[in-house]
Ligand binder design. Structure first.
Ligand code: SF4
Ligand code: SF4
Length: 101
């Protein structure tokens, strides 16, 4: 079992679900998802200085309420719920969480 798999298992049974952003965001990064998030957990926003420095946006797993509003808002299908990830994509759970450490 990989570290990512362990993280996935921990989150699923102890913290709850989250949505995550994957590398399909790179090259688009249009912040459409930010506009629809009811809890402001997708960063950096366009009004934050870090926005110009990052290649993609990230979802804070501790703040995401799993509402799903961001998923259909993304024009490149870069957003997925963590319970629907193929094993090779589980690394993006850690990538999103690490941005907020
Ligand atoms: S699932 Fe909802 S709360 Fe979570 S990032 Fe998307 S819009 Fe925000
Ligand atoms: S809507 Fe999709 S492409 Fe746009 S910033 Fe969000 S995740 Fe990236």
């Amino acid at each position: 079992m990989t570290i990512d798999s362990l993280n996935f298992t921990y989150r699923r049974f102890h913290k709850g679900m989250t949505y995550i952003i994957m590398d399909a965001c790179i090259g688009t990064k249009d912040a459409s998802c930010v506009d629809v998030c009811p809890v402001d957990c997708i960063h950096p926003r366009q009004d934050e200085p870090e926005y110009e420095k990052v290649e993609m946006l990230y979802i804070d797993p501790d703040e995401c309420i799993d509402c799903g509003a961001c998923e259909p808002a993304c024009p490149v299908e870069a957003i997925y719920p963590d319970f629907d990830l193929p094993p090779e994509m589980e690394k993006w759970l850690g990538v999103n969480a690490d941005y907020f450490k």
